[in-house]
Write a protein that binds this ligand. Structure first.
Ligand code: ADP
Length: 178
């Protein structure tokens, strides 16, 4: 029997957006099993805890997995990306590319990861044009100023963002972690 092709899509997913979901939908065409790796990433001071981010990604991908009959696993990780990829048997790392600004960082990371493990290939996918400008960071900024975020993230995630921002803000107009 042919070896199962396992792909890893790593990210912070703070929170998961329609951009991420579009990349996941495309990635599913390339692999038999997709592991979505949710990074702790304390340096980004996430708005949501690791557990909340994992649960949101699970909630938003459950239906996709059923529809595509592909195995999707959502796992938290707090280690070197390549060590995690080896542990789960991933041969491909999926990353999304938005604008030119993403390129330099992604290019360096893919290059260094290739040195760490030449067996694992990094594959870049582009989201549909309507999802390309979406970034979790901007969604949080828009929400913090009371703007509409419903066209960028799924309804349950949008409610969670609004609730989290309201709870972090002890008083109206108070500071919010980005
Ligand atoms: P990280 O902190 O690892 O960059 P993110 O959750 O911000 O985590 O992003 C995870 C991956 O998804 C990255 O490769 C990022 O470029 C990609 N991505 C995020 N939003 C989009 C989008 N709108 N279109 C295409 N790729 C995206």
């Amino acid at each position: 029997m042919a070896e199962l092709r396992v792909g890893l899509y790593p990210g912070t997913f703070d929170p998961i957006t329609y951009g991420h979901l579009d990349i996941i939908r495309r990635g599913l065409k390339l692999v038999d099993r997709l592991v979505i790796g949710v990074a702790t990433n304390p340096s980004k001071s996430p708005l949501f805890s690791l557990e909340e981010r994992v649960n949101m990604v699970r909630g938003e991908t459950r239906e996709l997995a059923q529809r595509h009959a592909v195995d999707i696993a959502v796992k938290p990780f707090d280690e070197l990306l390549m060590s995690f990829a080896e542990k789960i048997g991933a041969r491909v790392i999926l990353r999304g590319l938005r604008a030119v600004s993403d390129f330099e960082y992604e290019f360096q990371m893919a290059g260094m990861n290739a040195h760490l493990n030449p067996e694992v290939e990094t594959v870049f996918l582009m989201a549909d044009a309507k999802y390309q400008p979406i970034a979790s960071k901007l969604v949080k900024e828009i929400a913090a100023y009371g703007g509409r975020i419903d066209s960028f993230i799924p309804p349950r995630v949008a409610n969670a963002v609004r609730a989290q921002i309201a709870s972090e803000r002890g008083f109206p107009g108070g500071p919010v972690k980005m």
